[in-house]
Design a protein around this ligand. Structure first.
Ligand code: HEM
Length: 149
């Protein structure tokens, strides 16, 4: 991965045009010039946020994980003094993959669940029958012992 450059807020604040649009989100610097026309939320909002810290605006929209994944394409650097992880988005992607793997495993457990629920149902049917049979057995035994005495 290409090494990220370190910028000052002053440097970011000079990229505020349609031909050169930057902003900061979470301490990271994004050059979204080529994304302006593609942005589903419109280019106006991005231009308004350009040159500054757009973290709150970005978060208040509640961007999807897909949107967060797209951000990496436009990442050009970090703000001076940034101490965070520079690849949190990558980690999230890995997390999503793990979730998918876990999801793939679900059918096996569903099959297992189905098997156990079959036995549960069989038991639910057999146990009352057994109780009734035992009750009848005791009843007829008692009747017999009454008639014989
Ligand atoms: C690199 C940064 C950004 C990327 C990659 C991005 C990407 C996207 C994407 C993919 C969507 C579609 C909805 C979704 O999937 O969440 C979206 C919607 C939107 N974005 Fe962004 N966005 C970025 C930055 C911003 C910023 C800084 C603002 C505000 C200043 C903003 C405001 C909006 C708005 C208002 C919508 C429309 C939401 C709606 O219609 O419900 N975005 N963005």
């Amino acid at each position: 991965m290409e090494e990220l450059k370190v910028f000052t807020m002053d440097q970011v604040s000079s990229h505020i045009s349609k031909a050169d649009c930057w902003f900061v989100i979470g301490g990271k610097v994004y050059d979204v010039t080529n994304f302006l026309e593609e942005h589903p939320g419109g280019e106006e909002v991005l231009l308004e946020a350009s040159g500054g810290d757009a973290t709150q605006d970005f978060e208040s929209v509640g961007h999807s994980t897909a949107a967060q994944g797209m951000m990496e394409t436009y990442l050009v650097g970090v703000l001076e003094g940034f101490k965070g992880d520079i690849t949190p988005i990558k980690k999230e992607t890995t997390g999503a993959k793990q979730e998918k793997t876990a999801f793939k495993e679900i059918p096996a457990s569903v099959v297992k669940d189905n098997e156990s629920s079959f036995f549960t149902k069989l038991l639910q049917f057999l146990v009352p029958l057994l109780i009734v049979a035992v009750a009848f057995g005791i009843r007829s035994f008692l009747k017999e012992s009454q008639t014989s005495s």
